[in-house]
Design a protein around this ligand. Sequence first.
Ligand code: INI
Length: 158
Amino acid sequence: MPVNKIEGTFNVKDASIGIVVSRWNSFITERLLEGAVDMLKRHGVDESRIDVVYCPGSFEIPLVTSRLAEKGRHDAIICLGVVIRGATPHFDFVAGTASRGISDVMLKYQIPIGFGVLTTDSIEQAIERAGTKAGNKGGEVAMTVLEMISLASQIDSM
Ligand code: INI
């Protein structure tokens, strides 16, 4: 029996995207940011429609994302940060607050939010995911939000 298949595309050229990026471990978060912006531009998103907001650490990402989402200016927000287990005894608090807070904001404001906060055991693992042997998580997350913008708009018009 034929079904109605609803699936996101990556054809959302007019999208307006906010990016919240943590300065903690900035030599890695800057690579994630490059990966995200590069991917958005390669899918036709105009640079003038990308806003990049810097915050101190991953712990602060949920508040900054929430205040940005409240503005209603963006179709989606990408959150970028790096939390390294070995670097802090409060890894679980920082990583847990970031992931829970970001998903809370996504559900409250009903817009796609990409979770690009790396949580790794070592700095080497983080580097691997920021444009070296395991790809660039920033770029992957950018693809995810583009697909989600398209999917959300298709669901809205059902
Ligand atoms: N913030 C991070 O984004 N990554 C970390 O690895 C990290 N460590 O190691 O502590 C970190 N801490 C700062 C935290 O996000 C807050 O900025 C700080 O606690 C002030 O609220």
